[in-house]
Design a protein around this ligand. Structure first.
Ligand SMILES: [Zn+2]
Length: 184
């Protein structure tokens, strides 16, 4: 992971074999855990071939699992603004290669202070202009393949526009997941 984190070519990408090994062992464990009802894969699958591999893994390990595919959308200006304003906390998110990704909540009195631990916040490494640009280019290249992969498998991709509702994204998602899983 460390070798891939700062490279604008690799952008934290791990080879597909390693990814699918991890996905397979995760779903095998999750399927036998009665406490797990829903699994949310954030930013995954990341390519058309990962869509195929994910679906075949889930169908073999957890055949009764219902799959929803959701794409969050926003405009280029909002994306840039979010990347400029995003901060992470090295204390609250102990990333193994010191590359925290989860947006931290700043305290009310100081934008650069973590609301949770009062530690100093930092810009996220992947939001540096060089890596951000490379990530966007990769997204546009791979998104079409990901959508096609789901479509070929008969899974509709639900697109949610989060431009004005980033805080409400969870509120948009929750009813979608609950109503569909209840209806099964
Ligand atoms: Zn913190």
């Amino acid at each position: 992971m460390a070798a891939t984190a700062t490279s604008s070519e690799r952008l934290g990408w791990i080879d597909e074999f390693t990814v699918m090994e991890a996905v397979h062992s995760y779903f095998t464990a999750a399927n036998t855990n009665p406490g797990i009802h829903t699994v949310l894969l954030d930013n995954f699958p990341g390519s058309g071939s990962q869509v195929d591999q994910l679906l075949s893994t889930v169908r073999s390990v957890a055949p009764s699992c219902h799959i929803e595919s959701i794409e969050l959308l926003t405009d280029a200006k909002t994306l840039k603004q979010r990347s400029r304003n995003r901060r992470v906390c090295h204390r609250c998110e102990r990333d193994p290669i010191s590359d925290p990704r989860l947006p931290a909540i700043p305290s009310d009195d100081d934008d650069w202070k973590c609301a949770q631990c009062r530690g100093l916040l930092h810009p996220r490494r992947g939001d540096s202009p060089r890596l951000f640009k490379a990530r966007m280019q990769r997204y546009h290249l791979t998104a079409a393949g990901i959508r096609a992969g789901f479509a070929e498998s008969g899974i509709r991709v639900t697109q949610l526009d989060t431009t004005n509702t980033i805080d409400g994204a969870a509120n948009l998602l929750a009813p979608l997941l609950i109503s569909r899983s209840v209806s099964l």
